[in-house]
Each structure stands twice: as structure tokens, then as C-alpha cells.
Design a protein around this ligand. Structure first.
Ligand code: NAD
Length: 303
């Protein structure tokens, strides 16, 4: 008799819980949270990602506006639009869809964002706050992974978490979130020799390498929880592309729990963006109210 298959950690129910929490928080606010998307050029994947995120925002009752800039947009044009959105009190979140065309500098553009509106959590201030363990806006995919673990009541504190990948978008911020949640964290990457020796130590293995089926069953400790962040497009015989993860499907015979691709981490990313937008709106309206209260107190001359 073989081992039982790993428990499937489906994204949609966990995403639904996160979206319901975002909607409940939005309902307590004096304003409708509003997000602006900036997309440059005509990369079909970026276009489809932005369409999906904007659609979800509207479904949730948030305000959403998409700025689709032409491929020949200059760095100055981009910074000017970000500056306008920073100054607009009616906009609570600004998302710059990456990648940008090669002639544009994404880091410079991200640094122009008002950190209070940085709903993708990629501004250097957001990254610093995360690393210092202070409150702030967190990158959506790593925060979505934490929400998924929470939804399925999977333990994090005291667990040995191994992350494969060290990008600013996924691996690095995930290391910060897991440390803040009291995991013991190892980060492996392209230059790690004998990856299997490292991944076999994981109670919690999170893979964000962008390499289809990098993780095979021999690289996983029996019973480990495995989170597959990878989204790889592999061609099929029919000439169409199929989506597959960084984890080989046979890992289901070894792991205790495993996220599917698609339908695992992907929906969490979008749901977390909605939560970040609502939280950004909450922070900005709380600041406005604090300023008004101060003014009010001064007017009545209280201490
Ligand atoms: P990236 O290319 O920026 O970073 C990949 C990281 O993996 C690098 O740090 C690299 O050192 C490491 N790596 C690559 N090959 C490796 C190997 N053979 N062994 C060990 N380490 C290796 O990619 P990214 O932006 O972090 O994205 C990673 C994957 O996650 C991609 O497939 C991407 O499409 C996917 N992704 C999914 C979501 C989602 O919503 N589910 C969001 C973002 C990214």
C-alpha cells in the first residue's frame, strides 16, 4: 500500500476568505478604496494580469482605473504620472505592472511612488519596514502565501522553512515574512550547490524559481508542506501553452500538503492586492481624520 497523496492546498477557498476580509474592512471605511494601475507597452501577459486585477477590484466594489501608456513612454513621462497619482487624495493605491519595456528603469519608477500608496509592497521603504519587522504594505505574492498557510492552519512558528529563489518580488520578502512569523529560514538560489540536500531539511518548502519541475520527489522530506509559486508556460503538442509549476507533480506522493498550479498561489496574489488597497485606504483616511481631530482640538483650545 502506497502513501496517501498530499493534501491539496487549493487557492480559491483561501482567496475567498481573504477577499471577504478585505470587503469587511472596506465596509468600515468612510471612503471607497481606489487603485490605479499603470501598464507600459503591449506585453500580452502584463495586459492580462492588469485586466484580471482591475476586474477583481471592481467585483469587490473598489474604484479602479487603468493607465495604459504607449511603448515609447519616457522615464520622465512615467515619473510625472506617478507624481500626479501620488498627489491625488482620491487614489489610495498605485500599482506599476512589471516588467517595463527595456528602455525604462523599474527601480527608479518604484522609488517615485508614495510608500503609503505602494500596494505592491516593492518600494524600498516597504522592503525596509518588512525587514525591520515594522507594519507596512507587503508584496502580494509572499503575503498571499502567508494567508494561504493561515487559511489551512499550517504551522509556521518554529518550522524550518526553505525558500528556493531570492527575487525582490517573491523569495526575499517571503524570507522576511517567515522570519517575522518565527520560522527558521533558509534561502536557496541559483548558486546553491546540491539543492536537494537543502530542500530535504524543510518542514515548509516554498519554491519560486521559475524553473518547471525543478523540485522532484527525492528533494522533499516525507510529510513536508510544499508551496509552489512557479508559473511556467510549457508548450503542448497542440501548439498551445500549458501552465505548470516549479514542483514535479510526483511530489504529491511524498509531501504532506501541496499547492496546485494553476489554482494555488495565483489567486492569493490578486486577493492580497485587494487587501493591500483597502489597508492603504484605511491608513490614508485614518491620517486625514487624525489631522482633522488635531485641527478641531486647536480650534476649541483644548490641551
Ligand atoms: P526571478 O527569475 O526573478 O527569480 C528566480 C529566483 O530563483 C532567483 O533568485 C534564482 O536564483 C532562483 N533560481 C532559478 N533557478 C534556480 C535553480 N535551478 N536552482 C535554485 N534556484 C534557482 O523569478 P520571480 O519573479 O521570483 O518568480 C519566480 C516564479 O514565480 C516564476 O515562475 C514566476 O512566474 C512565478 N510567480 C508567480 C506569482 C503568482 O502569483 N503565483 C507571482 C510572481 C511570480
Amino acid at each position: 500500500s502506497g502513501r496517501a497523496e498530499a493534501r491539496t492546498l487549493a487557492g480559491p477557498p483561501a482567496a475567498a476568505e481573504l477577499l471577504a476580509r478585505a470587503a469587511a474592512l472596506a465596509a468600515t471605511l468612510p471612503v471607497t478604496p481606489s487603485i490605479a494601475f499603470i501598464r507600459v507597452g503591449d506585453d500580452p501577459a502584463s495586459e492580462s494580469y492588469v485586466r484580471g486585477k482591475a476586474k477583481k477590484a471592481v467585483e469587490l466594489g473598489l474604484h479602479s482605473h487603468v493607465y495604459a501608456l504607449p511603448d515609447d513612454t519616457t522615464q520622465a513621462d512615467l515619473h510625472a504620472l506617478i507624481g500626479t497619482l501620488n498627489a491625488d487624495n482620491g487614489v489610495h493605491g498605485v500599482l506599476l505592472q512589471l516588467p517595463l519595456p527595456a528602455h525604462l528603469n523599474a527601480d527608479a519608477a518604484l522609488a517615485c511612488l508614495d510608500p503609503r500608496k505602494d500596494v505592491d509592497g516593492l518600494h524600498p521603504v516597504s522592503a525596509g519596514l518588512l525587514w525591520q519587522g515594522q507594519p507596512g504594505l507587503r508584496p502580494c505574492t509572499p503575503a498571499g502565501v502567508m494567508a494561504l498557510l493561515d487559511h489551512y492552519r499550517l504551522p509556521v512558528a518554529g518550522q524550518h522553512a526553505v525558500i528556493v529563489g531570492r527575487s525582490a518580488l517573491v523569495g526575499r520578502p517571503l524570507a522576511g515574512l517567515l522570519l517575522n512569523a518565527d520560522a527558521t529560514v533558509t534561502v536557496a538560489h541559483r548558486a546553491t550547490p546540491d539543492l536537494g540536500t537543502v530542500t530535504r531539511r524543510a518542514d515548509l518548502l516554498i519554491v519560486a524559481a521559475g524553473h518547471a519541475h525543478l523540485i522532484t520527489p527525492d528533494m522533499v522530506r516525507p510529510g513536508a508542506t510544499v508551496i509552489d509559486v512557479g508559473i511556467n508556460r510549457v508548450p503542448t503538442e497542440g501548439g498551445k501553452a500549458r501552465l505548470t509549476g516549479d514542483v514535479h507533480p510526483d511530489v504529491a506522493g511524498v509531501a504532506g500538503a501541496l499547492t496546485p498550479v494553476p489554482g494555488g498561489v495565483g489567486p492569493m496574489t490578486v486577493a492580497q492586492l485587494m487587501m493591500n488597497t483597502v489597508q492603504a485606504a484605511q491608513n490614508q483616511t485614518a491620517q486625514v481624520q487624525a489631522t482633522q481631530n488635531q485641527t478641531g482640538q486647536n480650534q476649541v483650545g483644548q490641551p
